[in-house]
Design a protein around this ligand. Structure first.
Ligand SMILES: Cc1cc2nc3c(=O)[nH]c(=O)nc-3n(C[C@H](O)[C@H](O)[C@H](O)COP(=O)(O)OP(=O)(O)OC[C@H]3O[C@@H](n4cnc5c(N)ncnc54)[C@H](O)[C@@H]3O)c2cc1C
Length: 443
C-alpha cells in the first residue's frame, strides 16, 4: 500500500502502487493492463490540488509522469513549445528562457505540473487572458482503452478535453503557445472598495493583469496592477528583500507564528490582520512599483499551509458578491485570517471550465493552518458555498467545495454531455474515483 498526501495536507490517498513510467510505450501498456484488469488508475501532477481529484482509491494505482518530462521541440519564430506532459512549470520556464520565451500568464503558484494545471482550469488574472489551457495548441492523450489521440485546438473535442479533470485518459504531450520573454512592471496601492468599483472598467482595460485583495476585519483593500515593460528590473538585493525577507520570512514564518497563537484564541485574528497589513501593504496614499521577469512578478511564495475555496461567477456581479462576503464575515462573526483575493479571467467554450460562456471574477477565500493546527473553518467555507451558489458560481476544480450534483448541473450546461463522453471513452470506469463519484452523486 502506498500513501500520497497533497501539498496542503488536506488530502491523503492510498493506492496499491505509485508508478513512474519513462516512455510513451510504458504509459500505453500500463493503461491497457489497467483497462483489462479493471484497475482504477489516476495521474498525479504535483498534488497541488486541495481536494482528492488525483486519488485512485486503495484498489488502484497512481501514475506520476515526472520522469516523462522532456522538452521535445521549440519553434522560436512562432513561440511554440512541445513537451512531454510530466514537465513542471519551473522547469519549463527555465528551459524556454534561453530561447527568448516566457509563458503568457500564470497564477500565484508557479510550481504546478503542466497537465495538472490544464486539467483543473488553473488561471491567473487579467481579463484579456483565459485559463492556462487556453494557451495550448494541441494535446496528445492516451485514452482509457489505450489508444493515442491527437487533439488540436481546432478540433471540436478540444472543448471537452481542455478541462478534463483527469477523467478522460492520460495527457502525454502538449504544445503550448508562448510569448517573447517579457518583464512586468507591478504597481500596488491601497484603494477604498468604492474607489476600485468606480474605476473598475478603466483598471480592467488599462492593465493586462489586475487583481485586488481585502484583508478581513480591516478596511484595507489593495490593488495589484501589471503591464509589460522594458524598464530595467529590480536589483538582486531588492528581489531577495521582496521574496525572501518580506515574502517568506514576514508573510509566511512571522505570520504563521502569530496565527499559531490565534489558533488557541481566534479573537486575536483581527489584531494580527491589522499588524500584517501594516507590515505588507503600501501605506495609504503611497504607490509601490517593481519590475521583474513575468514569472517572478506573478509568483507569491507559499510556505504556510492553508485550505482554499475559490469560485468563478459573472464579472458583472463582482462587487455585489464581494459585499455579501464582507457582510457575512462581519454578521456571522467569523474570524478570517487570510486576505480574500479577487481575480478576473476571460471566457472560453470548454465544457467543464469555470469560465465557460462568460467573463468571470474568481473570488478565493482561505484559512491558514499554522504549524499544522486547524482552526474550525467549515462554517466559513459553507457560507461561501451558499453565497456563490446563489450567484451561479462554479468552483475551481483544484480547490474545496461542498455542493451537490444538482448545483453543478444548473451551472454547467454541458455537465451531462461531459460525463456521457467520459463514460463512453472509459467503458470500464478505470479513471473514475471518489472525487468523480461525489460530483456525480454516486455511492
Ligand atoms: C499554494 C497554492 C497556490 C495556488 N494558486 C493557484 C492559482 O493562483 N491559480 C489557480 O488556478 N490555482 C492555484 N492553485 C491550485 C493548483 O495550483 C491547481 O489546482 C493545479 O492545477 C494543480 O496542479 P497539479 O500539477 O498539482 O495537479 P494535481 O493536483 O496533481 O492533479 C490535478 C488533476 O490533474 C490530473 N492530471 C495530472 N496530470 C495529468 C495528466 N498527465 N493527464 C491527465 N490528467 C492529469 C489529475 O489526475 C487530477 O485530476 C494553487 C494551489 C496551491 C497549493
Amino acid at each position: 500500500m502506498k500513501r500520497l498526501k497533497n501539498w496542503a495536507r488536506t488530502t491523503f490517498c492510498k493506492s496499491k502502487d505509485i508508478i513512474y513510467p519513462e516512455s510513451e510505450a510504458e504509459i500505453i501498456d500500463l493503461v491497457k493492463i489497467c483497462n483489462e484488469n479493471r484497475t482504477p488508475i489516476k495521474v498525479v501532477g504535483k498534488a497541488h490540488s486541495y481536494n482528492d481529484i488525483f486519488c485512485s482509491g486503495e484498489d488502484g494505482v497512481i501514475v506520476s509522469l515526472k520522469k516523462f518530462n522532456a522538452i521535445e521541440h521549440i519553434e522560436r519564430q512562432n513561440q511554440t513549445v512541445t513537451m512531454q506532459a510530466g514537465i513542471d512549470i519551473p522547469t519549463l520556464i527555465r528551459k524556454i528562457k534561453p530561447h527568448g520565451l516566457s509563458l503568457r500568464n500564470l497564477g500565484t503558484n508557479i510550481f504546478d505540473n503542466i497537465a495538472g494545471a490544464c486539467s483543473t482550469g488553473y488561471h491567473g488574472s487579467g481579463i484579456v487572458y483565459g485559463i492556462f489551457v487556453s494557451d495550448l495548441l494541441s494535446m496528445e492523450v492516451i485514452t482509457p482503452t489505450g489508444e493515442k489521440k491527437l487533439i488540436t485546438r481546432e478540433d471540436p473535442e478540444f472543448a471537452v478535453y481542455a478541462v478534463g479533470l483527469g477523467m478522460l485518459g492520460i495527457i502525454i504531450r502538449v504544445t503550448l503557445q508562448c510569448e517573447p520573454y517579457y518583464k512586468l512592471e507591478v504597481t500596488e496601492k491601497q484603494m477604498r472598495l468604492e474607489e476600485i468599483e468606480a474605476d473598475f472598467e478603466r483598471l480592467l482595460e488599462t492593465y493586462k493583469h489586475f487583481k485586488f485583495i481585502w484583508v478581513p476585519h480591516t478596511r484595507n483593500f489593495m490593488v495589484w496592477l501589471a503591464n509589460k515593460t522594458d524598464k530595467p528590473e529590480n536589483s538582486l538585493w531588492q528581489k531577495i528583500y521582496t521574496y525572501g525577507i518580506i515574502g517568506v520570512l514576514v508573510n509566511n514564518f512571522l505570520h504563521e507564528t502569530l496565527l499559531f497563537f490565534a489558533s488557541f484564541r481566534r479573537s486575536l485574528v483581527p489584531k494580527i490582520n491589522r499588524f500584517m497589513s501594516r507590515m505588507l501593504l503600501p501605506k495609504k496614499g503611497e504607490i509601490a512599483t517593481s519590475v521583474y521577469p513575468s514569472h517572478w512578478a506573478f509568483f507569491l511564495p507559499h510556505v504556510l499551509k492553508q485550505d482554499v475555496v475559490e469560485y468563478a461567477f459573472k464579472i458583472e456581479e463582482t462587487f455585489e458578491v464581494f459585499r455579501e462576503i464582507i457582510e457575512m464575515i462581519e454578521t456571522k462573526k467569523i474570524y478570517v485570517d487570510t486576505p480574500i483575493e479577487v481575480r478576473f479571467v476571460k471566457k472560453d467554450d470548454y465544457w467543464m471550465s469555470p469560465t465557460q460562456g462568460e467573463d468571470v471574477c474568481f473570488i478565493g477565500t482561505k484559512i491558514h493552518f499554522p504549524f499544522g493546527r486547524q482552526p474550525e473553518y467549515f462554517r466559513y467555507f459553507s457560507h461561501i458555498d451558499q453565497i456563490l451558489l446563489k450567484h451561479g458560481g462554479r468552483p475551481h476544480w483544484g480547490k474545496q467545495f461542498r455542493i451537490t450534483t444538482e448545483d453543478f448541473k444548473k451551472n454547467y450546461p454541458k455537465w451531462d454531455d461531459f460525463w456521457a463522453f467520459a463514460d463512453q471513452q472509459d467503458p470500464n470506469g478505470i479513471f473514475k474515483n471518489r472525487f468523480s463519484k461525489r460530483l456525480r452523486g454516486e455511492k
